[in-house]
Design a protein around this ligand. Sequence first.
Ligand code: SF4
Ligand code: SF4
Length: 386
Amino acid sequence: MAIPFFKEIRIGGYLIKQKLLGRKRYPLVLMLEPLFRCNLACVGCGKIDYPDAILNRRMSAQECWDAADECGAPMVAIPGGEPLIHKEIGEIVRGLVARKKFVSLCTNALLLEKKLDLFEPSPYLFFSVHLDGLKEHHDKAVSQKGVFDRAVSAIKAAKARGFAVNVNATIFDGHAAEDIAKFLDFTTELGVGVSMSPGYAYERAPDQEHFLNRTKTKKLFRDVFALGKGKKWNFMHSGLFLDFLAGNQSYECTPWGMPARNIFGWQKPCYLLGEGYTKTFKELMETTDWDTYGTGKYEKCADCMAHCGYEPTAADAALTNPLKAMWVALRGVRTTGPMAPEINLDKQRPAQYIFSAEVQKRLSEIRRDEAAAAAAKQQEKASTAA
Ligand code: SF4
Ligand code: SF4
């Protein structure tokens, strides 16, 4: 297993502490996006559609460490963009590991082999490599041939150097259950764990045709899990989250469980949905109107079953109902019989589209900061010359 056992103990301990302290909302994983720039342009990606001035921005190493301290979650996932493009990525990861944070560095792996020297194997660090399926499928999903082979080669190289590696797969409509099952067999042969989540229907993703709705998601995962009976696929998820994907649990999302910090600030309400930003984590927790988000409450949440919204719900459910969690762990995910009731969408509020206004606001801020920096430089030059 790619993740050390003591990680489970530490995170379990953290969860129990939050419960004992009576905290209603607490973070489990910080989603840290130090840049949006990527060296791929996947058709299902909703993260990179920004003007160059924004794609060129980076969070500094200090800002990344401050975010981790401020949030206090025991785990930090670093997606992007492509984090390995960030010049200070080695330093950022070192600082987080020194803080005893479990770091999941999410990468498309194009630069991984070349950059392995920046990192040291540690029980606190694991690489989470983006693989959406087997060769043909993955290369199509990332719109570039040869990426699958390079990612697999990087995974082998990282493992050979003693790094913990797993893969993360985003599942879209049109991916047959049999092919997903073959992909999972392949990850077992490769000796890596897998996290798997239905793709969130990003409004800015180039391909809007292939996002799964909740009914299709549940049917697909039931079919996949049915094909996996008796196999030893190594999922990096809790049993109850997998049970939710198979339609056996009616969960509401926990958007604060995986809060997102990026170059704009703390993102409201979650990693998937950018509906405004705050300067501090405290402000995010206190000023977000949490009750207006989630499936059945907001149109943009209608089809979401993504792990960043629902894995924290499943973790909380396992604490409140350990017997149920144990039952699923022992018996596996149920793949037949009636599904749990679906959330009613009749009363959801309509979507608000604020992306363009938000981008314009950020661009003016960037121009203002650049003008101020240029003026300061000019002044410094003038005073040196005088
Ligand atoms: S690798 Fe990730 S961040 Fe880059 S384009 Fe693909 S989905 Fe987006
Ligand atoms: S359902 Fe929850 S996790 Fe999903 S987009 Fe909406 S607020 Fe975010």
